[in-house]
Write a protein that binds this ligand. Structure first.
Ligand code: HEM
Length: 535
């Protein structure tokens, strides 16, 4: 009889502070022993910084993830390992090692960018859409549709038209600011440009982040007139999208108990989920509204060629171009379209703007490059500096393309990409079990002397005369999981370079590039002086 009360007093509710401290200490010891047991018995031990429980080797990533991995590569070579929290990542900085991962074969074992991730599941993006979707069947279905839309010539012609329209608008604002002697930071301007671009390309509807920013920046009284409802709608959607992006790491990296029980973080998680719900519902409402509008249009020729419209009509009787193959023969549901639209916003909202800032920086630092660029521009447009840029012009802009490639080689917007193998496989001479995390280190390959002579030197000419070694330059990823917007992004960048450098000289205010290096490289600020072209 006495035994029962004794057992009861051992229950945690009767524990004192010392019992709890002992319990926590025991848990920590078990965790640490387990962590190092896994570490010392891991398959194929590779060089790399020594991991510390919980934080892994994050401490060794000096200057941010991208910069940090590049520095570690110089020390540990073409294949090494880092630990992200308790997860091992194999870093590959050799073009041959990533060949298998980037294969275009439908039988590829490397189609997953992440495996089942409890955080992404809670966020609702682990099994839908494209970007984080680790369910290969639904990803294939969605990717097929987005590829068909984004690689079509009518869609890309629309991108050229929009680049002209938005540049002329931005040019007017920048010139006004120049007249007011207001210093121009190109980074937020490019950010607004690409936001308005991506919203219109996706939804076919105007967004107003450029004029809104101008009105905030200019000190003049004659502001741009923008319908107030448009300001509210446009700002709110964009603001919520950026919040969604900023909140992603909470779900990708933090375990459930930290997200939901640690003070401050648990409030952030709650806010992030409310934001997610708002966003999903808003985009779903946009899809439904458009579907209704389309149903009311009887002449197919009047249909717009934005992504949303093309996705809605695919495989319906409105789809005169028979957009999709037989095996993907049903139309997309509203929910599927919503998830693809969301991922396109995420994938496209910042990438082009940072890329363009890096290009402007490199050209401003290299007067010879500017001279060659102008020669190419003038050879096509002669004295006519106002003619529209055509799709045919873009094909002939070889040096312009070389500048874009060389900028991406020196500082890629996307320096690393993660992939998991769905079956056991051999990479770099080692046998790896399924679900090993491989990080393709594009920035490392771009700076590897095995592929590039004087890799630290900015020299677009290297793309004019030499054959590129396979996988030695990767801008948009590769294989079936490659960026669906690769064609569109190159078009927008080339077109912008022409529109800017045909008419303007750009001087840098600061000598050094101010950028941050996380999983993407982002331009923090780029103060410039934009003056009419002198020569
Ligand atoms: C210059 C700008 C851009 C760069 C450098 C870039 C780069 C990349 C890279 C490296 C990947 C990963 C590919 C892989 O795993 O092999 C990717 C994927 C993706 N990008 Fe882009 N991107 C850009 C612009 C855009 C734009 C404008 C959009 C949307 C309209 C977009 C949407 C996506 C999507 C949805 C994916 C996921 C594809 C999949 O998982 O199958 N990107 N991008």
């Amino acid at each position: 009889m006495l035994l029962i009360p004794k057992i009861l007093t051992n229950l945690p509710i009767f524990w004192g502070i010392h019992d709890w401290l002992n319990f926590i200490l025991a848990c920590i010891i078990i965790y640490v022993v387990n962590f190092y047991f896994n570490y010392f018995t891991r398959i194929n031990p590779l060089p790399g910084p020594f991991p510390i429980p919980i934080i892994g080797t994050i401490y060794a990533l000096k200057g941010g993830i991208g910069k940090g991995i590049l520095l570690l590569q110089k020390r540990y070579g073409e294949i090494f390992e880092i630990w992200y929290l308790s997860n091992r990542r194999i870093i590959l900085s050799n073009a041959e090692y990533i060949d298998k991962i980037l294969t275009s074969s439908t039988k590829s074992k490397y189609l997953k960018r992440n495996i089942k991730n409890e955080g992404l599941m809670e966020l609702g993006t682990n099994f839908q859409g494209i970007l984080h979707n680790s369910d290969i069947n639904t990803w294939r279905f969605n990717k097929h549709f987005i590829n068909q839309v984004m690689l079509s010539s009518s869609f890309n012609n629309k991108s050229i038209d929009l680049t002209h329209k938005l540049w002329y608008e931005m040019e007017k604002y920048l010139n006004n600011l120049n007249d007011e002697n207001i210093l121009i930071d190109l980074s937020p301007w490019m950010h607004r440009f690409s936001t308005d671009m991506i919203v219109e390309v996706i939804t076919g509807k105007r967004s107003y982040s450029l004029p809104i920013y101008y009105n905030k920046t200019s000190k003049k009284d004659d502001k741009e007139e923008i319908p107030s409802i448009a300001i509210k709608e446009s700002e709110e959607l964009i603001d919520r999208l950026h919040k969604f992006l900023r909140n992603l790491p909470i779900f990708v990296f933090l375990p459930y108990w930290i997200r939901h029980y640690v003070p401050i973080i648990k409030n952030k998680t709650k806010e992030a989920l409310i934001n997610r719900d708002w966003l999903f519902q808003r985009i779903l409402a946009i899809v439904k509204e458009r579907r209704k509008e389309i149903e009311e249009i009887h002449d197919n020729k009047l249909l717009n060629n934005d992504m949303l419209t093309l996705l809605i009509i695919a495989n319906t009787d409105k789809d005169s171009k028979s957009l999709v193959e037989e095996k993907f023969s049903r139309p997309m549901t509203d929910q599927e379209i919503m998830s693809v639209i969301l991922d396109s916003f995420i994938g496209g909202s910042d990438t082009t703007s940072h890329f363009m800032c890096f290009i402007v920086y490199r050209i401003a630092k290299n007067s010879k490059v500017l001279k060659r660029l102008r020669q190419e521009i003038d050879s096509i447009y002669e004295k006519d500096r106002t003619r529209r840029v055509t799709p045919e012009d873009l094909i002939n802009l070889n040096y312009t393309e070389a500048i874009i490639k060389e900028t991406a080689r020196i500082l890629p917007v996307s320096p690393i990409i993660l992939r998991f193998n769905s079956e056991d496989d051999e990479i770099a001479g080692y046998k790896w079990p399924k679900n090993t995390a491989f990080t393709m280190h594009f920035a490392g390959i771009h700076h590897n002397e095995r592929y590039w002579k004087n890799p630290e030197e900015f020299n677009p000419d290297r793309f004019m005369f030499n054959e590129e070694i396979k996988n030695s330059l990767i801008i948009f990823g590769g294989g079936l999981r490659a960026c669906p917007a690769r064609k569109m992004s190159m078009i927008v960048l080339k077109c912008l370079i022409i529109l800017i450098y045909r008419n303007y000289d750009i001087e840098l205010i600061d000598k050094d590039l101010d950028y941050s290096s996380t999983i993407i490289n982002t331009c923090n600020k780029l103060f410039i002086k934009m003056k009419p072209r002198q020569d």
